[in-house]
Design a protein around this ligand. Sequence first.
Ligand SMILES: Nc1nc2c(ncn2[C@@H]2O[C@H](COP(=O)(O)OP(=O)(O)O)[C@@H](O)[C@H]2O)c(=O)[nH]1
Ligand SMILES: [Mg+2]
Length: 187
Amino acid sequence: MKARFLLSTFSDYPHLKDPRGTPLPEVALVGRSNVGKSSLINHFFQERNLAKTSATPGKTRLLNFFCVDEKFIWVDLPGYGYAKAPKEEIAKWSIAIHTYLHTSKHLKLLLLLIDSRRDFGADDIALAEWANAQQIPLLVILTKTDKLSAGEKVRLLRKYPDAIPYSITNSNSRQILEKRIREILWA
Ligand SMILES: Nc1nc2c(ncn2[C@@H]2O[C@H](COP(=O)(O)OP(=O)(O)O)[C@@H](O)[C@H]2O)c(=O)[nH]1
Ligand SMILES: [Mg+2]
């Protein structure tokens, strides 16, 4: 899959249609700050600087929109849960995420990133519950699985059998995620 950067915005979302006039479906990526979101975007689309990765968490404040293969929109939502951020910043991220989730009519898949060493936090659970209530398909992606031992990985996947293990050190991750996205969007 090939991604074309569209824009970064707080609330001015792009609206793209296919040649027949049907709005493109949207896939949104969410997760707490530092979960590996930017790294996954760069790895998944095999472009080093598509998303800016940063060792300093909490840097992405805006929503980033990409067009993938001219077939769907990839929405990179701001990371949440960065404890050191000022309160008004946290409120801003939370508003940005909520506004998008509650106004998007074409959201067809939510990708929820969870750090494989940390498990779900309260914000993650709230998002998963929201997706379930809205009947929006949800894929849980367990990031940085190269940091787990073989035994830890087995236990985690037993606990979350539907989750996708993802590591930017492994191109297999990319293929598995791509397959699942295709299955859900074009089923
Ligand atoms: N070992 C390992 N480190 C990762 C992986 N994905 C991300 N990281 C590291 O985790 C940190 C945060 O990643 P980043 O993509 O900036 O997270 P974001 O805040 O969610 O966008 C960086 O130091 C990355 O190099 C992975 O699959 N394996
Ligand atoms: Mg980032």
